[in-house]
Design a binder for this molecule. Structure first.
Ligand code: HPA
Length: 308
């Protein structure tokens, strides 16, 4: 079902609840698993979902009110299954603002994951590296973001506020959960994977940035730039979901004019090359999450496998 802009626009709290519930109920009917962990896979990273076992695949086009993905490298399907024995729901590809969707549509799947009971969300993306210490192929732990889009009226929380989900004015001082950041750093260290850390900037895209844009972004403190993540992280954090963000540095974002032209294929190819490293890191994070939190049912990522 192809949604219209209106269907996911926040005209009314009751309507938004109905729409979210319809999508969540549809998904819940397709599987007995009740994951606590959601994972969003960015450009070129979709193959990571191949590692899920007992997988149920649900195309976005089958889910009521989901916007279909229109971008190469974003297959547009939900995978629900077990990764490291942990029930997960994976968005194999996301939708972006630049495809013509509203920020509400972009973040709608996260609302639906919240309605499904997700407590942890691992958000990945491909990003251009602004920090001169970064190299193509590096992974970057997102410690914070610059949500310029949020600040200038393109906030997915714009519109009527539903107190059942979260506050009208959410605190944003720790969007990327400090404990999960520590856990990811420990996981990377244990695996011998180098994990950079930095601030992510979301450009609304689809054009890449000019060298002057990139000098500006560097000046304001960005370490990596991409075209996603901020709306999903904002909606997740608002709803009390604990967020872990990881960027795969797919290209250098040069602050001086360069003869090397950047295109989407390069981003996808770099993403594909990073999949084994990213998969290893995410699986180690899941193992650690399961080990640390299985005693605490409210925070556990593994204790609710079957439908209630
Ligand atoms: N800029 C914006 N988005 C991106 C980039 C980039 O350099 N690389 C991957 N996504």
């Amino acid at each position: 079902m192809k949604p219209t802009r209106e269907q996911s626009s926040p005209v009314d709290v009751q309507q938004a609840r109905i729409v979210t519930r319809e999508a969540a109920n549809y998904i819940a009917q397709q599987t007995e698993l009740r994951p606590r962990v959601g994972i969003i896979l960015g450009s070129g990273l979709a193959p990571l979902a191949d590692q899920v076992v007992q997988a149920v695949t649900i195309p976005y086009t089958d889910v009521p009110h989901f916007a279909p993905s229109t971008v190469v490298g974003h297959p547009g399907e939900l995978i629900i299954g077990l990764l490291e024995e942990c029930p997960v729901i994976i968005m194999r590809g996301r939708v972006h603002y630049y495809e013509g969707y509203t920020m509400h549509q972009v973040a709608f799947p996260v609302r639906v994951m919240w309605a499904l009971g997700i407590k942890f969300l691992i958000i990945t993306n491909a990003a251009g590296g602004l920090n001169p210490d970064f190299a193509t192929g590096d992974l970057m732990l997102i410690t914070d973001h610059i949500g310029l889009s949020n600040m200038v009226g393109l906030n997915p929380l714009w519109g009527p506020s539903d107190p059942e989900i979260g506050p009208r004015f959410p605190d944003m001082s720790t969007v990327y959960d400090p404990e999960l950041c520590q856990l990811a750093l420990q996981a990377a260290a244990d695996l011998g994977i180098s994990l950079q850390q930095g601030v992510y900037f979301m450009s609304s895209g689809p054009s890449f940035e000019t060298p002057a844009d990139l000098r500006f972004l560097r000046l304001i403190g960005a370490d990596a730039v991409g075209m996603s993540t901020v709306p999903e992280a904002t909606v997740a954090h608002h709803a009390g979901i604990r967020v872990l963000g990881i960027s795969g540095i797919s290209n250098a974002a040069p602050t001086e004019p360069s003869v090397d032209k950047l295109d989407h294929e390069e981003v996808l190819e770099a993403g594909r090359l990073m999949v084994p490293k990213l998969a290893a890191l995410i699986k180690e994070v899941l193992r650690k999450l399961a080990a640390e939190m299985s005693a605490d049912s409210d925070r556990s990522c593994v204790d609710s496998r079957t439908a209630t």
